[in-house]
Design a protein. Structure first.
Length: 148
């Protein structure tokens, strides 16, 4: 339990600060999201600076952020798009991106981040306009009107 205590305390402190900021600055942000993301961010920076970081907590926090972001993006998808399909595609790519970030594989991280942006762009792309009716469709419409 001593290994995760700093991460838990950090999440609570950063969440409390975000909660206060949200109330005083009227900024719409999820305090827990800020707490988790802020914690894995300082853990990544600390590790790059040579500070010992719990090797179990960092990936868990990163994975939690990936899933949380996917669920937030799902809420913004157009009604005609499948949220389940979006998450099924985006979450595995996001987890691989988080893993590459945790291992400091910057090229792979950039490639996976680009893939995530392309997936998001595909899901947010406006639906194609319907093609104009062909002569055959017009003829069928006329026949159906005359039918009964």
């Amino acid at each position: 339990m001593n290994a995760i205590a700093p991460a838990l305390v950090s999440i609570w402190l950063l969440a409390a600060l975000a909660w206060l900021a949200r109330r005083t600055l009227r900024v719409s942000v999820c305090p827990i999201c800020v707490g988790v993301a802020g914690t894995w961010l300082w853990m990544l920076v600390g590790r790059m600076l040579g500070v010992a970081v719990d090797t179990a907590m960092l990936p868990l926090l990163l994975a939690g952020s990936v899933v949380g972001v996917a669920y937030q993006v799902e809420r913004l998808l157009p009604a005609s798009r499948s949220g389940a399909l979006f998450k099924a595609v985006a979450i595995p790519i996001g987890l691989a991106a988080a893993y590459s970030l945790e291992l400091s594989l910057w090229g792979l991280f950039a490639a996976l981040l680009t893939a995530l942006l392309l997936v998001a762009a595909a899901f947010f792309r406006p639906a194609a306009a319907a093609a104009p009716d062909s002569a055959a469709v017009d003829e069928l419409k006329k026949q159906m009107k005359q039918c009964c």
